[in-house]
Write a new protein. Sequence first.
Length: 147
Amino acid sequence: MNDFYAAALAEGFARPGARQTRETFDVVGGPLAIIVDDDAERAADLVRPTLALYIGGMGARGVNFHYEVFARMGYEAEAKKIQDLYLAGDKKGAIAAVPAALVEDVALIGPWAKIADEIPRWKQTILTTLSLHCDPRHLEKLADLIR
């Protein structure tokens, strides 16, 4: 996934007259949901409804930016199932169809140790700024983990 966007940005920066370079362009991601819970599956359940809405219910079939993002991420079959269920009116089924692996690709969920282990993966992306969505009580500990 990161390769797709890195290539698109590199192409844009290489165009004649480009106003930005990799060094001057801010790539903002997020809001990244961070849910600290000893039960990662329970934490994933808090993110699934939003993902089901974005993948299945935003736009129309064939014209859903979010669906396309998840398809590019390798979740095309899952995205299709989520969208089919959502558009058929089965929102609960669409939510249940969001796999934990997909949630983990776009959120930090679970116990602190798991979250700490996954932060380096986020640091290796093309993102230069990350917006966080979490319990404010966790911000100081997250800042320590991210530094």
